[in-house]
Design a protein around this ligand. Structure first.
Ligand code: ZN
Length: 266
């Protein structure tokens, strides 16, 4: 529990730290700032207001839409606002959110797609990690060959350490993850300590969803830093395989080795 949560939790409408960050109307909720992310703006459920002016100018035939800080015509029970820019009845959303977003305001298509990519990457990362844990427990001949490739010499201590690392990453993937998009020239970075905050940089957005050096693998890599204190001793499949052979102690501490084992890299 956050230090100030006991005070904050007494406020009406307070939402505590959740097992998932997707809460009201499927929107991303930031438990630190107590705001929902509605792509164009953050919505504060405590006040019913957005944190900045609605970029949509408003509809002159609908005076309530001119109030730039109201959420969903002040009626969040019957309406949701997937873009933070306009209100549509929830029933229409269940039919086709993409058609509406593309058809009504093209300018918000990119953030919507970004959000979908990230959710998919996290979902795929969960599967990579579950499979990794399965292999480390099943431990058949092929599992051992893959372990040897990425973590080197086999012994129970190291294998347990690696397994616990994936369990920690799995735990993190099931909790709230804050992310932001940048165009800096690398895959991603993570803010050490505190809540999980990942910067998804240029190469993440260019990567494939699954496979070697994938978007899903980026989450395994970054979360291994955050929750298992791994380092970047080396990068890339060739160097990481060499590290596993020459120095298993460093291999079980290297973020890319966790990524490649989970991606079943050749
Ligand atoms: Zn790294």
């Amino acid at each position: 529990m956050l230090q100030d949560e006991s005070i904050a939790s007494q406020r009406p409408g307070y939402v505590s730290t959740q097992a998932t960050s997707l809460l009201y109307a499927g929107e991303y909720f930031d438990s630190d700032s107590q705001h929902y992310y509605n792509r164009a703006r953050w919505y504060n459920p405590l006040t019913g207001l957005f944190n900045r002016v609605d970029p949509f100018a408003g509809n002159l035939n609908d005076p309530q839409s001119l109030h730039k800080y109201l959420y969903c015509h002040n009626n969040p029970v019957n309406n949701i606002d997937p873009s933070g820019e306009f209100t549509i009845p929830q029933i229409i959303i269940s039919i086709s959110i993409i058609a509406i977003v593309v058809g009504v305001i093209g300018g918000i298509v990119i953030p919507y797609i970004n959000s979908t990519i990230v959710r998919k990457a996290i979902k795929n990362a969960k599967n990579l990690v579950i499979t990794s844990i399965l292999k480390l427990n099943r431990w058949n001949g092929n599992d051992q060959v893959e372990y040897l490739r990425w973590f080197g010499m086999i012994n129970l201590t190291n294998r347990t350490y690696v397994t616990n690392g994936y369990l920690a990453i799995q735990n993190a993937l099931n909790g709230p993850i804050k992310w932001r998009k940048t165009d800096r020239p690398y895959y991603a970075s993570v803010v050490p300590g505190g809540p999980i905050e990942i910067e998804l940089a240029r190469d993440f957005w260019k990567a494939q969803a699954m496979g070697v050096d994938s978007q899903a693998g980026v989450f395994v890599h970054e979360l291994s830093h955050e929750v298992w204190s791994t380092s970047d001793h080396t990068y890339g499949t060739v160097n990481c395989k060499a590290l596993a052979r020459s120095n298993p102690s460093l291999a079980i501490d290297n973020a890319d080795n966790y990524e490649y084992f989970s991606e079943v890299a050749p």
